[in-house]
Design a protein around this ligand. Structure first.
Ligand code: NI
Length: 408
């Protein structure tokens, strides 16, 4: 047991003991990560992963329970009376066919852990083990949340909040995401706004179908759609303040069946991302107005619908500052990289950050002998598993600091 190697001085823990314990358990945690990687499960169907998480925690003597139809797991580690801090990992995979040639490649056709949630899940298991062994050294409760369905709206975070599993009175919430922006062993931090608020939108342009040889007798929704796509980009380049980030992407366009048939309709699907509600409202209004006006100019009509996706994220500057200092003291000055620009990814961790102060950080997974690796959501995404130790350290350092366990 770890306690044998820890030097107990009140609530002070020898950081070397924690570090060596993390290194000791890392091979097992990597083994768990590989099991999860091999058997990825799509959003809302994380039954096998949740079972593995619950059974592993229970086998380690950490009481764990299911939520959300057995797709989510929570585990409480109580170190006496005190505040509650939440550590969160997401568990779902993506509808992607894996192209990595590795012994533990996905055995489920068309499904892959291409966003590193297998890493997140295994890392939080490792952190739970270390914190369970260290619970004599902090005052309060660590709630480990293994969340389903981050990749699919409305997201598992909302489910856990609605079910009352996420404690609205928690002192803080912490999470991490693997990142191809940083080297293995590094943690990226962006205080303040990070992760955009996302709006999904669907546009249907309705014209009048006909023969491709006689466009004058038809109203071509495809030409109209092409113009709408171009016009919408001017909202970003001409109508929003240059200093405020926002992106508009149309990722899907569907129309027509054959080269000489003008179809009746063209359908587009897009995403609109920004950090402020005001800017989001303005862009939403202008997408509607601009699309309607363009369609009218073509003699067509447009139907635009919006669906709110995840809110924008906000990292507490105080938590970020404390965490930066504690991580530097734990792993050395070079382990923390300050990020200046926020990311345009969206992440349902932001829902927790709307309720309690939170911090969401980037876990570098680029091997030291490589300049870059394929990005997340690529069929060839392959993180360096060495990052497991840094990830466990991040969770443990955050939780101990929040609950008065001092590392020296
Ligand atoms: Ni992800």
């Amino acid at each position: 047991m770890a306690k044998d190697i820890m030097i107990e001085v009140g609530a002070v823990i020898d950081k070397r003991a924690i570090k060596s314990r993390i290194a000791e358990i890392a091979p097992d945690i990597i083994g768990i990560r590989r099991i999860i990687h091999r058997r990825p499960e799509l959003s809302g169907r994380e039954f096998g992963t949740a079972r593995l998480v619950r059974d592993t925690l229970n086998a380690w003597g950490i009481p764990a329970q299911y939520h959300l139809d057995k797709t989510a797991v929570s585990a409480k580690i109580v170190g006496g009376k005190g505040p509650t801090v939440v550590l969160r990992a997401d568990m779902d995979a993506l509808p992607i066919q894996e192209e990595n040639n590795i012994p533990f490649a996905s055995i489920t056709a068309g499904v892959m852990h291409a966003c590193g949630h297998d890493m997140h899940t295994a890392i939080l298991l490792g952190a739970a083990k270390i914190l369970h062994e260290s619970k004599g050294f902090f005052k309060g409760t660590v709630l480990c949340l293994f969340q389903p369905s981050e990749e699919s709206e409305p997201g598992g975070a909302l489910g856990l909040i609605k079910a009352g599993v996420f404690p609205a009175k928690a002192a803080a919430v912490f999470g991490l995401h693997v990142s191809a922006d940083h080297k293995c062993g590094h943690i990226g931090i962006k205080p303040g706004s990070d992760y955009a608020g996302a709006l999904n939108f669907d546009i249907t342009i309705t014209g009048r179908g006909g023969h491709g040889a006689t466009p004058e007798k038809a109203v071509d929704p495809i030409t109209c759609a092409a113009s709408v796509i171009t016009q919408l980009q001017t909202l970003i380049s001409r109508e929003k303040p240059a200093a405020e980030p926002a992106v508009l992407t149309i990722g899907r366009v569907q129309a027509g069946t054959k080269r000489n048939i003008i179809p009746d309709t063209a359908v587009m699907k897009g995403t609109l991302r920004s950090y402020s509600d005001e800017l989001q409202d303005m862009l939403m209004r202008r997408v509607k107005e601009s699309t309607a006006a363009t369609a009218k100019a073509f003699g067509a009509s447009a139907n635009v619908t919006f669906e709110k996706s995840y809110p924008s994220g906000y990292n507490s500057p105080e938590l970020a500052d404390r965490f930066r200092e504690r991580m530097k003291a734990f792993l050395g000055d070079g382990c923390v990289v300050d990020r200046t620009a926020p990311t345009m990814y969206a992440e349902d961790f932001a829902r927790y950050q709307q309720l309690v102060p939170g911090l969401y950080v980037y876990l570098g997974v680029v091997p030291h002998n490589k300049k870059r690796i394929e990005e997340i959501h690529s069929p060839r995404f392959l993180p360096d598993e060495g990052a497991v130790e840094t990830g466990i350290a991040a969770h443990v350092v955050f939780a101990l600091d929040a609950l008065g366990g001092e590392l020296i």
